[in-house]
Design a binder for this molecule. Structure first.
Ligand code: F0G
Length: 401
C-alpha cells in the first residue's frame, strides 16, 4: 500500500491519480505503509537489479524492463590515494542499458505509465533522460516525445533518442525552458510526464542506494558524492537509504554531498547561504551539458536531503571536471561523461578543503558513460597520430615523446 504525499503541506493523493505536484505547489513523495513491508536481508539474497527490490517499488504489473541496475561498485584504491583517502568506491551507473542511471527511473516510470493507462510519455532533457525515455517507450510500444535544448545535447544521447524512435523537438532555449514547456504540453494533451518531478520515476532511482548498501554487505558508506542537475537523483538516493534504515536493514544514512558546475550551481549557493530555497540562474553554462540547469525542479527535496544527512554541496570548474574525467579514465579504467566526473572533481576539492575526513568511506556515483559524449572527448584529448603504414613509422611514433 502506498500513496503520494506533499513534502510541504502533507496533503495526500491516491496512488492512482495522475498528479506531479501538490495544489500548494509542493513536490510529492511516494509514501508506503512501512508496517506492511516485512523485508529482511535474507529476502534480498540474489543477483542485483532494480526489480530485486520490488517490495519497495510502487508497481503492480509486469515491468517494462531491459535489465536495468545491477551496476558495478568498483573499489578505486589508486584514485583514493591520489585524492588522499583510504576507502573510495565508484558506483558506475554508466553500465545501465542506455548508459546512464535514468534507466532505473524509466523502467519504473514507463511501467507506471502503462498501469495508469497513459498512451504517450514525454520529457524535457539535457540528453540522458530523453535517450532512456525513447528506449523504454519503444520497449513498451508507446510513443515518446522529448524536448531538448537546441545545440546543447551530446551526440551519443541525441543518437539514442532518434534511433529509438522518439519524436525529438529541439527547443530554442535551455533545459529549464524545455521543462516548463513539456509540463504545459503534458497538462494539455494528457501525456505522461517522466521528468524527475514525477515521484514514481524517483522510486526507480532510489534503487541506487539499495544496491550500494547490498554491495557493501548491508552497510551504508559514510558519504555519497554525486552530480546534481535537476536534483532528482540525490533526493531519490537519500530516500532509498532512509527507507533501508527505517526497515532496520542498515544502521546509518550517508552524508549526501552534491556537486554542481561553477556555471550552474543554484543548489550550492543555497547551501552556502543557508537558504530554504534556491534562486534560479537564468543562464546556466558548463562543459557538463547534462547538468547545465539553472532552476532544478527538485531543489527543495535536495536541500532537505543535504541538510538532514549532514552533507554538503560544492562546485567544480569545467577544468576540474575534465581533469577528473581524465584521471578516473586513466588511473582506474572507468570511462564516464563530464557531468559524472564532477563527483570525482568535487571529492578532491572537498578533501583538499578539509571538508571530508581522511578516514571516511566514500561512494561516488558516476551517472553516465564516457561514450555518451564522444565529440567532447575528441576536443579535449590528443589527436590520433596519422602515419605511413610501415613498421619504421609505427616504431617512430610509439617511441617519440
Ligand atoms: N549526471 C548525468 C549524466 C545526467 O544526465 C544528469 C541529469 C545528472 C547527472 C543530474 O541528475 O538531474 O537527478 O540531479 N540529466 C537530466 C537529463 C537532467 O535530462 O538527462 P539530476
Amino acid at each position: 500500500m502506498y500513496h503520494l504525499e506533499c513534502i510541504e503541506c502533507h496533503n495526500k493523493y491516491q496512488a492512482s491519480e495522475v498528479v506531479y505536484t501538490c495544489t500548494c505547489g509542493g513536490l510529492l513523495d511516494v509514501i508506503y505503509d512501512y508496517s506492511d513491508i516485512q523485508i529482511t536481508k535474507k529476502d534480498l539474497i540474489g543477483p542485483l537489479s532494480v526489480w530485486k527490490y520490488r517490495a519497495l517499488l510502487p508497481v503492480e504489473r509486469e515491468p517494462i524492463s531491459l535489465h536495468e541496475g545491477g551496476t558495478p561498485l568498483y573499489r578505486v584504491d589508486r584514485l583514493a590515494k591520489s585524492v588522499g583517502l583510504k576507502d573510495v568506491y565508484i558506483k558506475h551507473e554508466g553500465m545501465n542499458p542506455t548508459g546512464s542511471f535514468k534507466d532505473r527511473g524509466m523502467t519504473v516510470g514507463v511501467t507506471k505509465a502503462l498501469e495508469l493507462g497513459m498512451k504517450t510519455v514525454a520529457c524535457a532533457s539535457t540528453g540522458n533522460t530523453s535517450a532512456s525515455l525513447a528506449v523504454y517507450g519503444a520497449r513498451a510500444g508507446i510513443p515518446a516525445v522529448v524536448l531538448l535544448p537546441s545545440g546543447k545535447v551530446a551526440l551519443g544521447k541525441l543518437a539514442q533518442a532518434l534511433m529509438h524512435g522518439a519524436r525529438v523537438l529541439s527547443i530554442r532555449g535551455n533545459f529549464d525552458d524545455a521543462l516548463k514547456l513539456v509540463r504545459d504540453l503534458c497538462d494539455r494533451e494528457g501525456f505522461y510526464l517522466l521528468n524527475s518531478v514525477n515521484p514514481y520515476r524517483l522510486e526507480g532511482q532510489k534503487t541506487i542506494a539499495f544496491e550500494i548498501a547490498d554491495q557493501l554487505g548491508w552497510q551504508a558508506p559514510d558519504r555519497l558524492v554525486l552530480p546534481v542537475g535537476n536534483a532528482g537523483n540525490i533526493t531519490a538516493i537519500y530516500k532509498g537509504f532512509r527507507e533501508l534504515k527505517r526497515l532496520g536493514i542498515i544502521d546509518s544514512v550517508p552524508k549526501m554531498t552534491g556537486i554542481q558546475a561553477e556555471g550552474a550551481c543554484p543548489v550550492v549557493r543555497a547551501i552556502r547561504n543557508n537558504a530554504a530555497m534556491i534562486t534560479p540562474e537564468g543562464k546556466p553554462e558548463t562543459v557538463a551539458t547534462a547538468i547545465r540547469i539553472g532552476n532544478p525542479v527538485n531543489a527543495r527535496k535536495a536541500l532537505i536531503a543535504i541538510i538532514e544527512s549532514g552533507g554538503t554541496a560544492e562546485t567544480v570548474s569545467d577544468e576540474e571536471i575534465i581533469r577528473a574525467q581524465h584521471e578516473l579514465a586513466s588511473l582506474e579504467g572507468i570511462g564516464v561523461e563530464p557531468a559524472s566526473a564532477s563527483s570525482i572533481g568535487g571529492l578532491r576539492k572537498l578533501v583538499d578543503m578539509g571538508a571530508i575526513e581522511k578516514d571516511e568511506s566514500v561512494v561516488c556515483v558516476t551517472t553516465g558513460h564516457l561514450l555518451k559524449d564522444s565529440e567532447h572527448v575528441l576536443a579535449v584529448c590528443p589527436k590520433p597520430i596519422e602515419i605511413d603504414a610501415t613498421i619504421e613509422a609505427v616504431r617512430r611514433a610509439v617511441f617519440s615523446c
